[in-house]
Design a protein around this ligand. Sequence first.
Ligand SMILES: NC(=O)c1ccc[n+]([C@@H]2O[C@H](COP(=O)([O-])OP(=O)(O)OC[C@H]3O[C@@H](n4cnc5c(N)ncnc54)[C@H](O)[C@@H]3O)[C@@H](O)[C@H]2O)c1
Length: 323
Amino acid sequence: MKGKKVLITGGLGFIGSNLAHRCLELGAEVTVYDCLDPLSGGNMYNLHGIENSLRLVVNDIRSMEGISSCIRGQELLFNCAAYTSHPNSMREPLIDIDVNCKGTINILESARRFNPEIKLVHIGTSTQTGKMCYSPVDEKHPEFPLDIYSANKTASEKYVLVYASAYKMRTTVVRLANVFGPRSNIKTPDLGFMNYFIGLALQGKAMTVYGEGAQLRNVTCVHDCVEALVAASASPVSDGEVFFAVGDRQFSVAEIARGIAEHVGGEVRFVDWPKERQVIDIGDAVISNEKIRKALGWEPKLTLAGGLAKTREYFAPVLGKYL
Ligand SMILES: NC(=O)c1ccc[n+]([C@@H]2O[C@H](COP(=O)([O-])OP(=O)(O)OC[C@H]3O[C@@H](n4cnc5c(N)ncnc54)[C@H](O)[C@@H]3O)[C@@H](O)[C@H]2O)c1
């Protein structure tokens, strides 16, 4: 990473900004490209402390011209820009297609035309698989997504892989699941329950769990995700491949909520499922990280309790910047 020219699309968001901090620590020259979409986790404060150490381009991945003008001369591209909400994708499916599908194609086409040697790491999501056909889910599991966001993430992942097979470009996909940690959007339930629960807990409020909260989830602290993205960017072994980079253990949603109450604050309440949420819930999701462990030597380092402690430490003094 030292001295590498790195472009991070979506670098004002949760995962992209943590990645920007880490790439700078590792000695990279970083450009962040982000349109600060108001419905996303984008937040200018996420670059606090590093704003003068990188280049920020405020623009949209839906602009072919914009992305093309930034891609020349870059060595690594992390695509962390997306329309990231499951419920918003059901309300606004056309916007979701524009950002997640056309936006990804714009990035791939710009790379093919102006910088075909670039290494591109794209982020996928565990919800692409839909309901489990077998357990644990691995990278060969069928994909039957249950919401438009996940369907479009499936499509965009396949575009990324087509550019590897058809044009021999160096592209790879790292699929993540239930990422939590510093710099996340903690004020809306629309961007994943876990960071929202953390936000409620930080304010001493109640977390509402639907049904019994029995669905199992792999959870991953963002610090571990960032290391997985860096590992994928550094190795030719990842070219043309898909990896699940997820935490080792599965917890039920109720266990996660209780863990947050214990390590961050607040309390847990149980209510009946709202219909519109139940139809897009994937049930249990038990995912294996064996492939990335073997191929790239990555493994998650943080436990749920350790990750929650780091998250509380980060947010407590700067809560106002995130609410
Ligand atoms: N957070 C999770 O638990 C999780 C799980 C699985 C996959 N992912 C994936 O990880 C990636 C990053 O997600 P995140 O959690 O950091 O989300 P986020 O919402 O915090 O960040 C997304 C960023 O992309 C930017 N963006 C949105 N539309 C854009 C556009 N058209 N042009 C330029 N920038 C745009 C936003 O302004 C925001 O800064 C996404 O691809 C998401 O699908 C996240």
